[in-house]
Design a protein around this ligand. Structure first.
Ligand code: FAD
Length: 321
C-alpha cells in the first residue's frame, strides 16, 4: 500500500450506491491507507452505510438540487480536493462520471485517464490499465504529474466486496459556484423499463449475433435468457442492423459483462466483442463455423446451427420445469 488517500466519486440509483461505485471502493482500499467518497445528489447520507461497508471512511455529500450534476459537482470537488489533497480521484465511466471528470480535469489542469480496466501502484504513482486497438493490446500508463491523479474506469473492472466497515462519516458540503455552466437544469428523467436482471448484474447472459439470420430470431435468445434467469445481449452487428436496441450491445463500444455463464449464439468473436465478455466465468459458444474465433476463448463450444441447437436447449430446459 503506497498511496495515502484515494477518493471515489460515488453514484447512486434508487437510493443505493451503484455497483460500479462499490467496485471502485473495493479496489481503492487495497491501494491506499484512507479511502473517501464524494457524492453529488439528493439523500447522500443514506448511502453512508453501504459506502462505509466497502471501505469509505468519509462521505462528502453535496445536493445540487435540480441542476445538471456535472458542473456543480466538479466545482465543489475541485474546492474539496484543494483542501484535502487526495492522491487520486476515481470515477466510473458513466455519463455523469465522464462529465464530472472532464470538468474537474479542466479546473485542476490535470490529465484524466479514461476507459481504465485495471488500477495499481508503482511506488507512489498510480498505473491505469487500458485496452487499445480494439482490445488487442493492453497498456499500463503511469500518472507522474502533480496530484490528484484522475482516472475513469469501466464497469466490472474489479469485484465489489464488502469489508465490514462502519458507515462512512457524512460531511455535508455547500454547492460551489460553477458559473454559467452550473445553471443547466434537469427537467425530466427517462428510465427505460426492463424485465429481469440488468445485463451488468445478470448471472447468465445469452447473446445473439448475425448468425441468427433475422431480427425475429432474437426471440429465442430472449427465451433462453429468461429461462436461465439471465439477460439478453447482442453483438454490434445486430444492433447496427436495427434488430435490437443499443442498450443490449456487448463489447468495446457497448457494455462489459462478467456473468457466471455467457452463451454466444451465432457470434463470430471479433476482438471488439470479446473485450466486453471475456471476463465471464464460463463461456459457451454456438456457431456453425468450427474456425470461428469465439471458440478460442470458449470453455464449451457447440459446432452447429443456432436454429437447431438453441430450440433444443430451450426444450430441454422446459422439460425440467
Ligand atoms: P459476424 O462477424 O458476421 O459473425 C456471425 C457468426 O455467426 C459467424 O461466425 C458465423 O459462422 C455464425 N453463423 C452464421 N449462421 C449461423 C447459424 N445458422 N448458426 C450458428 N452460427 C452461425 N462488435 C461488438 O459485438 N461489440 C462492440 O462493442 C463492437 N465495437 C466495435 C468498435 C469498433 C471501433 C469497430 C471497428 C467494431 C466494433 N464491433 C463491435 C464490431 C465487430 O468488429 C464485429 O463486426 C461484430 O462483433 C460482428 O458481429 P457478429 O459476430 O454478430 O457477426
Amino acid at each position: 500500500m503506497t498511496l495515502s488517500k484515494i477518493w471515489v466519486v460515488a453514484e447512486a440509483a434508487g437510493g443505493k450506491p451503484s455497483s460500479l461505485t462499490l467496485e471502485l471502493l473495493t479496489r481503492a482500499r487495497a491501494l491506499a491507507g484512507t479511502v473517501e467518497a464524494f457524492y453529488a445528489g439528493p439523500d447522500g447520507a443514506a448511502l453512508a452505510p453501504t459506502l462505509g461497508d466497502h471501505g469509505a471512511a468519509t462521505l462528502f455529500t453535496v445536493d445540487p438540487g435540480d441542476r445538471l450534476v456535472g458542473a456543480p459537482a466538479a466545482a465543489t470537488l475541485a474546492g474539496l480536493a484543494a483542501q484535502h489533497q487526495p492522491d487520486a480521484i476515481l470515477f466510473g465511466a458513466t455519463y455523469d462520471g465522464r462529465d464530472i471528470a472532464a470538468r474537474l480535469s479542466a479546473r485542476l489542469d490535470r490529465p484524466v485517464l479514461a476507459n481504465g480496466t485495471s488500477l495499481d501502484t508503482d511506488g507512489d504513482q498510480l498505473t491505469v490499465g487500458t485496452a487499445i486497438f480494439g482490445g488487442n493490446t493492453l497498456v499500463d500508463t503511469a500518472l507522474r504529474g502533480p496530484k490528484p491523479h484522475l482516472g475513469l474506469f469501466r464497469p466490472k473492472s474489479f469485484p465489489a466486496e464488502p469489508a465490514g466497515g462502519d458507515p462512512a462519516a457524512v460531511v455535508e458540503v455547500h454547492v460551489a459556484d460553477a458559473g454559467r455552466a452550473g445553471e443547466t437544469r434537469l427537467l425530466d428523467r427517462f428510465v427505460q423499463e426492463q424485465d429481469g436482471p440488468s445485463l451488468e448484474d445478470a448471472p447468465v447472459v445469452v447473446s445473439g449475433g448475425r448468425g441468427l439470420g433475422a431480427a425475429d430470431h432474437y426471440a429465442m435468445v430472449e427465451s433462453l435468457a429468461t429461462l436461465l434467469k439471465g439477460a439478453a445481449g447482442a453483438s454490434r452487428a445486430i444492433v447496427d442492423a436495427g434488430w435490437v436496441p443499443y442498450s443490449h450491445q456487448i463489447g468495446q463500444t457497448g457494455k462489459t459483462v462478467k456473468p457466471r455463464l455467457y452463451i454466444a449464439c451465432g457470434i463470430s468473436g471479433a476482438t471488439q466483442h470479446l473485450v466486453g465478455m471475456k471476463g465471464s466465468e464460463r463461456i459457451l459458444a454456438i456457431n456453425k463455423d468450427p474456425e470461428a474465433p469465439i471458440f478460442s476463448i470458449a470453455d464449451l463450444g457447440i459446432v452447429g446451427d443456432v436454429h437447431t441447437v438453441v430450440p433444443k436447449v430451450i426444450e430441454a430446459l422446459h422439460a425440467r420445469l
